[in-house]
Design a protein around this ligand. Structure first.
Ligand code: NDP
Length: 305
Protein backbone atom coordinates (compact mmCIF):
# COMPACT_ATOMS: atom_id res chain seq x y z
CA UNK A 1 0.00 0.00 0.00
CA UNK A 2 1.23 3.52 -0.82
CA UNK A 3 1.48 6.17 1.87
CA UNK A 4 0.13 8.98 -0.28
CA UNK A 5 -1.43 9.06 -3.71
CA UNK A 6 -1.96 12.50 -5.20
CA UNK A 7 -4.45 12.83 -8.03
CA UNK A 8 -3.77 15.73 -10.36
CA UNK A 9 -0.74 17.41 -11.91
CA UNK A 10 -1.28 21.15 -11.66
CA UNK A 11 0.46 23.40 -9.12
CA UNK A 12 -1.62 21.94 -6.25
CA UNK A 13 -0.72 18.34 -7.08
CA UNK A 14 2.99 18.98 -7.68
CA UNK A 15 3.38 21.12 -4.58
CA UNK A 16 1.69 18.43 -2.46
CA UNK A 17 4.02 15.87 -4.06
CA UNK A 18 7.14 17.95 -3.41
CA UNK A 19 6.26 18.38 0.28
CA UNK A 20 5.25 14.73 0.71
CA UNK A 21 8.48 13.55 -0.95
CA UNK A 22 10.60 15.76 1.30
CA UNK A 23 8.73 14.25 4.29
CA UNK A 24 9.89 10.78 3.09
CA UNK A 25 6.34 9.69 2.31
CA UNK A 26 7.38 8.39 -1.16
CA UNK A 27 4.29 9.81 -2.86
CA UNK A 28 2.80 8.62 -6.12
CA UNK A 29 1.20 11.24 -8.35
CA UNK A 30 -1.41 10.25 -10.94
CA UNK A 31 -1.12 12.95 -13.58
CA UNK A 32 -4.27 12.45 -15.65
CA UNK A 33 -4.14 11.96 -19.41
CA UNK A 34 -3.64 15.66 -20.13
CA UNK A 35 -1.03 16.50 -17.50
CA UNK A 36 -0.32 19.97 -16.24
CA UNK A 37 -3.80 21.30 -15.65
CA UNK A 38 -5.00 24.75 -16.63
CA UNK A 39 -1.52 26.30 -16.60
CA UNK A 40 -0.79 24.45 -19.83
CA UNK A 41 -3.57 26.45 -21.48
CA UNK A 42 -2.24 29.84 -20.55
CA UNK A 43 0.59 31.78 -22.11
CA UNK A 44 2.37 34.34 -20.02
CA UNK A 45 2.06 33.95 -16.26
CA UNK A 46 3.17 37.15 -14.60
CA UNK A 47 1.67 36.75 -11.14
CA UNK A 48 3.51 33.66 -9.90
CA UNK A 49 6.22 34.92 -7.55
CA UNK A 50 9.84 34.12 -8.26
CA UNK A 51 9.94 35.08 -11.93
CA UNK A 52 11.03 38.58 -12.81
CA UNK A 53 9.66 38.23 -16.34
CA UNK A 54 6.48 36.46 -17.49
CA UNK A 55 6.89 32.69 -17.57
CA UNK A 56 5.13 30.34 -19.99
CA UNK A 57 2.42 28.33 -18.15
CA UNK A 58 3.42 24.99 -19.65
CA UNK A 59 7.07 25.61 -18.83
CA UNK A 60 6.15 26.53 -15.25
CA UNK A 61 4.25 23.31 -14.63
CA UNK A 62 6.87 21.21 -16.46
CA UNK A 63 9.49 22.65 -14.12
CA UNK A 64 7.31 21.68 -11.15
CA UNK A 65 7.15 18.10 -12.51
CA UNK A 66 10.93 17.93 -12.90
CA UNK A 67 11.40 19.29 -9.39
CA UNK A 68 9.00 16.68 -7.99
CA UNK A 69 10.66 13.84 -9.91
CA UNK A 70 14.12 14.94 -8.77
CA UNK A 71 12.84 14.59 -5.20
CA UNK A 72 11.69 11.03 -5.91
CA UNK A 73 7.98 11.46 -6.70
CA UNK A 74 6.69 8.65 -8.93
CA UNK A 75 4.54 10.27 -11.62
CA UNK A 76 2.07 7.92 -13.32
CA UNK A 77 0.58 9.05 -16.62
CA UNK A 78 -2.79 7.56 -15.83
CA UNK A 79 -6.33 8.51 -14.88
CA UNK A 80 -8.34 7.61 -11.79
CA UNK A 81 -11.76 6.48 -12.98
CA UNK A 82 -13.44 5.61 -9.66
CA UNK A 83 -12.59 5.22 -6.00
CA UNK A 84 -13.57 3.78 -2.64
CA UNK A 85 -12.34 6.16 0.05
CA UNK A 86 -14.15 5.21 3.24
CA UNK A 87 -11.80 2.52 4.64
CA UNK A 88 -8.27 2.77 6.07
CA UNK A 89 -6.96 1.59 2.70
CA UNK A 90 -8.23 4.06 0.12
CA UNK A 91 -8.79 2.29 -3.21
CA UNK A 92 -8.35 4.05 -6.53
CA UNK A 93 -9.23 2.37 -9.81
CA UNK A 94 -7.07 3.61 -12.68
CA UNK A 95 -7.23 3.32 -16.45
CA UNK A 96 -3.76 1.77 -16.93
CA UNK A 97 -2.20 0.74 -13.60
CA UNK A 98 -5.14 -1.21 -12.17
CA UNK A 99 -6.05 -0.54 -8.53
CA UNK A 100 -3.88 1.65 -6.29
CA UNK A 101 -4.18 1.53 -2.51
CA UNK A 102 -3.12 4.35 -0.23
CA UNK A 103 -3.30 5.41 3.40
CA UNK A 104 -3.88 9.00 2.29
CA UNK A 105 -5.30 10.48 -0.90
CA UNK A 106 -4.86 14.09 -1.95
CA UNK A 107 -7.36 15.16 -4.60
CA UNK A 108 -5.97 17.97 -6.76
CA UNK A 109 -7.88 17.38 -9.99
CA UNK A 110 -8.69 21.03 -10.68
CA UNK A 111 -11.48 22.28 -12.86
CA UNK A 112 -12.32 22.25 -16.58
CA UNK A 113 -13.77 24.83 -18.93
CA UNK A 114 -17.50 25.45 -18.74
CA UNK A 115 -19.46 25.60 -22.00
CA UNK A 116 -22.62 27.51 -22.97
CA UNK A 117 -24.63 24.31 -23.41
CA UNK A 118 -25.97 25.09 -26.91
CA UNK A 119 -26.55 22.27 -29.39
CA UNK A 120 -24.76 24.33 -32.09
CA UNK A 121 -21.78 24.69 -29.74
CA UNK A 122 -21.46 20.90 -29.54
CA UNK A 123 -21.84 20.46 -33.29
CA UNK A 124 -19.16 23.07 -34.06
CA UNK A 125 -16.68 22.11 -31.36
CA UNK A 126 -13.23 22.09 -32.95
CA UNK A 127 -14.77 23.60 -36.10
CA UNK A 128 -14.55 27.17 -34.94
CA UNK A 129 -15.66 26.70 -31.31
CA UNK A 130 -12.95 26.40 -28.69
CA UNK A 131 -12.39 26.96 -24.97
CA UNK A 132 -8.64 27.37 -25.36
CA UNK A 133 -7.37 30.49 -27.10
CA UNK A 134 -3.72 29.58 -26.68
CA UNK A 135 -4.33 26.11 -28.18
CA UNK A 136 -6.45 27.17 -31.15
CA UNK A 137 -5.90 30.91 -31.66
CA UNK A 138 -3.33 30.49 -34.40
CA UNK A 139 -5.96 28.87 -36.64
CA UNK A 140 -7.69 32.25 -36.85
CA UNK A 141 -4.90 34.45 -38.18
CA UNK A 142 -6.40 37.45 -39.99
CA UNK A 143 -9.98 36.30 -39.20
CA UNK A 144 -12.77 37.60 -37.01
CA UNK A 145 -13.37 35.92 -33.67
CA UNK A 146 -15.45 36.39 -30.53
CA UNK A 147 -14.70 35.70 -26.89
CA UNK A 148 -17.67 34.99 -24.63
CA UNK A 149 -17.31 35.98 -20.96
CA UNK A 150 -16.31 38.88 -18.75
CA UNK A 151 -13.74 37.40 -16.37
CA UNK A 152 -9.94 37.43 -16.44
CA UNK A 153 -9.85 34.40 -18.72
CA UNK A 154 -11.99 36.22 -21.30
CA UNK A 155 -9.73 39.28 -21.07
CA UNK A 156 -6.57 37.20 -21.39
CA UNK A 157 -8.02 35.30 -24.36
CA UNK A 158 -9.17 38.49 -26.10
CA UNK A 159 -5.74 40.10 -25.71
CA UNK A 160 -3.98 36.97 -26.90
CA UNK A 161 -6.27 36.61 -29.92
CA UNK A 162 -5.91 40.29 -30.80
CA UNK A 163 -2.28 39.57 -31.69
CA UNK A 164 -3.34 37.36 -34.60
CA UNK A 165 -7.02 37.86 -35.43
CA UNK A 166 -8.24 40.71 -37.62
CA UNK A 167 -10.88 41.68 -35.04
CA UNK A 168 -11.92 40.36 -31.63
CA UNK A 169 -15.38 40.93 -30.16
CA UNK A 170 -15.94 40.27 -26.48
CA UNK A 171 -19.53 39.31 -25.68
CA UNK A 172 -20.57 39.79 -22.08
CA UNK A 173 -23.96 39.26 -20.46
CA UNK A 174 -23.70 42.32 -18.20
CA UNK A 175 -22.60 45.95 -18.59
CA UNK A 176 -19.39 45.61 -16.64
CA UNK A 177 -16.58 43.10 -16.53
CA UNK A 178 -15.91 40.77 -13.62
CA UNK A 179 -12.22 40.78 -14.58
CA UNK A 180 -9.52 42.61 -12.64
CA UNK A 181 -9.24 46.29 -13.55
CA UNK A 182 -5.78 45.95 -15.09
CA UNK A 183 -6.93 43.23 -17.51
CA UNK A 184 -10.24 44.96 -18.30
CA UNK A 185 -8.42 48.23 -19.02
CA UNK A 186 -6.05 46.49 -21.43
CA UNK A 187 -9.02 45.07 -23.34
CA UNK A 188 -10.94 48.36 -23.36
CA UNK A 189 -7.82 50.17 -24.52
CA UNK A 190 -7.15 47.86 -27.47
CA UNK A 191 -8.10 49.15 -30.91
CA UNK A 192 -8.47 45.55 -32.18
CA UNK A 193 -11.05 44.55 -29.57
CA UNK A 194 -14.65 45.70 -29.27
CA UNK A 195 -17.21 44.73 -26.65
CA UNK A 196 -20.87 43.81 -27.01
CA UNK A 197 -22.39 44.42 -23.57
CA UNK A 198 -25.55 42.96 -22.01
CA UNK A 199 -25.70 40.20 -24.58
CA UNK A 200 -25.84 36.42 -24.70
CA UNK A 201 -25.16 33.97 -27.50
CA UNK A 202 -28.46 32.47 -28.66
CA UNK A 203 -26.98 30.39 -31.43
CA UNK A 204 -23.63 29.67 -33.05
CA UNK A 205 -24.23 29.80 -36.78
CA UNK A 206 -22.71 27.51 -39.37
CA UNK A 207 -23.73 24.02 -38.21
CA UNK A 208 -25.11 23.23 -41.68
CA UNK A 209 -21.79 24.13 -43.34
CA UNK A 210 -19.60 22.40 -40.71
CA UNK A 211 -17.75 25.59 -39.74
CA UNK A 212 -18.60 28.63 -37.65
CA UNK A 213 -19.91 31.51 -39.77
CA UNK A 214 -21.30 33.77 -37.08
CA UNK A 215 -23.27 34.28 -33.90
CA UNK A 216 -26.86 35.16 -33.18
CA UNK A 217 -26.86 37.45 -30.16
CA UNK A 218 -29.63 38.66 -27.91
CA UNK A 219 -29.44 41.85 -25.91
CA UNK A 220 -30.81 40.87 -22.50
CA UNK A 221 -32.02 44.41 -21.74
CA UNK A 222 -33.70 45.40 -25.02
CA UNK A 223 -34.50 41.89 -26.29
CA UNK A 224 -32.99 42.91 -29.65
CA UNK A 225 -31.56 40.04 -31.71
CA UNK A 226 -28.56 40.62 -33.99
CA UNK A 227 -26.07 38.60 -36.00
CA UNK A 228 -22.31 38.89 -36.02
CA UNK A 229 -20.26 37.43 -38.84
CA UNK A 230 -17.07 35.67 -37.73
CA UNK A 231 -15.07 32.46 -37.99
CA UNK A 232 -14.13 31.59 -34.42
CA UNK A 233 -15.77 31.59 -30.97
CA UNK A 234 -13.80 31.21 -27.76
CA UNK A 235 -15.90 30.31 -24.73
CA UNK A 236 -14.39 31.71 -21.52
CA UNK A 237 -17.19 31.54 -18.97
CA UNK A 238 -15.51 29.85 -16.05
CA UNK A 239 -14.95 26.30 -14.97
CA UNK A 240 -16.52 23.21 -13.44
CA UNK A 241 -14.61 21.15 -10.86
CA UNK A 242 -13.32 17.73 -11.92
CA UNK A 243 -15.05 15.60 -9.33
CA UNK A 244 -17.18 13.17 -11.35
CA UNK A 245 -14.88 10.22 -10.50
CA UNK A 246 -15.66 10.75 -6.79
CA UNK A 247 -19.35 9.82 -7.21
CA UNK A 248 -20.73 10.05 -3.69
CA UNK A 249 -17.43 9.42 -1.88
CA UNK A 250 -16.86 12.94 -0.55
CA UNK A 251 -19.11 15.81 0.41
CA UNK A 252 -19.43 18.22 -2.54
CA UNK A 253 -21.20 21.56 -2.70
CA UNK A 254 -24.06 22.40 -5.06
CA UNK A 255 -21.66 23.14 -7.93
CA UNK A 256 -19.60 19.98 -7.40
CA UNK A 257 -16.62 21.53 -5.57
CA UNK A 258 -15.19 19.43 -2.72
CA UNK A 259 -16.16 20.81 0.68
CA UNK A 260 -12.90 21.13 2.61
CA UNK A 261 -11.77 22.76 5.81
CA UNK A 262 -8.06 23.55 5.65
CA UNK A 263 -7.86 20.86 2.91
CA UNK A 264 -9.57 18.24 5.13
CA UNK A 265 -12.53 16.67 3.35
CA UNK A 266 -15.54 14.87 4.84
CA UNK A 267 -13.53 11.60 4.85
CA UNK A 268 -10.54 11.17 7.21
CA UNK A 269 -7.33 10.64 5.29
CA UNK A 270 -8.61 12.35 2.16
CA UNK A 271 -7.45 15.90 1.50
CA UNK A 272 -8.29 18.30 -1.30
CA UNK A 273 -6.13 21.04 -2.79
CA UNK A 274 -6.34 23.58 -5.58
CA UNK A 275 -9.27 24.58 -7.77
CA UNK A 276 -11.23 21.38 -7.05
CA UNK A 277 -12.03 22.84 -3.61
CA UNK A 278 -11.65 26.56 -4.32
CA UNK A 279 -14.54 28.64 -5.58
CA UNK A 280 -13.04 32.03 -4.92
CA UNK A 281 -9.29 32.42 -5.50
CA UNK A 282 -8.43 29.94 -8.27
CA UNK A 283 -4.86 31.12 -8.74
CA UNK A 284 -1.77 29.01 -9.45
CA UNK A 285 -0.13 30.37 -6.32
CA UNK A 286 -3.13 29.67 -4.06
CA UNK A 287 -3.41 26.18 -5.58
CA UNK A 288 0.27 25.60 -4.79
CA UNK A 289 -0.29 26.91 -1.25
CA UNK A 290 -3.18 24.57 -0.63
CA UNK A 291 -1.14 21.67 -2.07
CA UNK A 292 1.46 22.41 0.58
CA UNK A 293 -1.23 22.48 3.28
CA UNK A 294 -2.68 19.15 2.09
CA UNK A 295 0.73 17.48 2.23
CA UNK A 296 1.37 18.79 5.76
CA UNK A 297 -2.09 17.56 6.81
CA UNK A 298 -1.35 14.19 5.19
CA UNK A 299 1.91 13.92 7.11
CA UNK A 300 0.12 14.67 10.42
CA UNK A 301 -2.62 12.16 9.59
CA UNK A 302 -0.11 9.39 8.86
CA UNK A 303 1.86 10.17 12.03
CA UNK A 304 -1.24 9.94 14.19
CA UNK A 305 -2.90 6.87 12.65
P1 NDP B 1 -14.87 33.81 -13.82
O1 NDP B 1 -15.82 32.94 -13.06
O2 NDP B 1 -14.07 34.83 -13.10
O3 NDP B 1 -15.67 34.57 -14.97
C1 NDP B 1 -16.59 33.90 -15.77
C2 NDP B 1 -17.26 34.93 -16.68
O4 NDP B 1 -18.14 34.24 -17.55
C3 NDP B 1 -18.08 35.96 -15.91
O5 NDP B 1 -17.91 37.22 -16.48
C4 NDP B 1 -19.51 35.45 -16.07
O6 NDP B 1 -20.44 36.48 -16.14
C5 NDP B 1 -19.46 34.78 -17.42
N1 NDP B 1 -20.40 33.67 -17.52
C6 NDP B 1 -20.54 32.61 -16.68
N2 NDP B 1 -21.49 31.78 -17.12
C7 NDP B 1 -21.97 32.31 -18.27
C8 NDP B 1 -22.95 31.90 -19.20
N3 NDP B 1 -23.62 30.77 -19.06
N4 NDP B 1 -23.17 32.70 -20.26
C9 NDP B 1 -22.47 33.84 -20.44
N5 NDP B 1 -21.52 34.28 -19.59
C10 NDP B 1 -21.27 33.52 -18.52
O7 NDP B 1 -13.95 32.77 -14.60
P2 NDP B 1 -12.52 32.99 -15.28
O8 NDP B 1 -12.22 31.70 -15.95
O9 NDP B 1 -12.48 34.20 -16.10
O10 NDP B 1 -11.51 33.19 -14.07
C11 NDP B 1 -11.43 32.22 -13.02
C12 NDP B 1 -10.42 32.68 -11.98
O11 NDP B 1 -9.11 32.66 -12.53
C13 NDP B 1 -10.68 34.11 -11.52
O12 NDP B 1 -10.40 34.19 -10.14
C14 NDP B 1 -9.67 34.91 -12.30
O13 NDP B 1 -9.27 36.09 -11.64
C15 NDP B 1 -8.50 33.94 -12.42
N6 NDP B 1 -7.68 34.22 -13.63
C16 NDP B 1 -6.62 35.05 -13.50
C17 NDP B 1 -5.83 35.37 -14.59
C18 NDP B 1 -4.69 36.30 -14.41
O14 NDP B 1 -4.61 36.94 -13.38
N7 NDP B 1 -3.78 36.39 -15.36
C19 NDP B 1 -6.09 34.81 -15.93
C20 NDP B 1 -7.27 33.97 -15.96
C21 NDP B 1 -8.02 33.70 -14.84
P3 NDP B 1 -20.80 37.37 -14.85
O15 NDP B 1 -19.66 38.31 -14.68
O16 NDP B 1 -22.07 38.03 -15.24
O17 NDP B 1 -20.97 36.41 -13.72
Amino acid sequence: MENVVIIGSGPAGYTAAIYAARANLEPVLVSGMQPGGQLTQTTDVENYPGFENPVDGTLLVETMRKQAERLGVRVLMDEVTSCELSGDAKKLKTEINGELEARVVIVATGASARYLGLESEKLLMGKGVSACATCDGSFFKGQRVAVVGGGDTAMEDALYLSRMAERVTVIHRRDQFRASKIMADRVLGSDKIDVVWDSVVEEILGAETGAVTGLRLKNVKSGEVSELELQGVFVAIGHVPNTSFLSGQLELDAEGYIVADRTRTSVPGVFAAGDVQDRSYKQAVTAAGSGCMAALEAERFIDSN
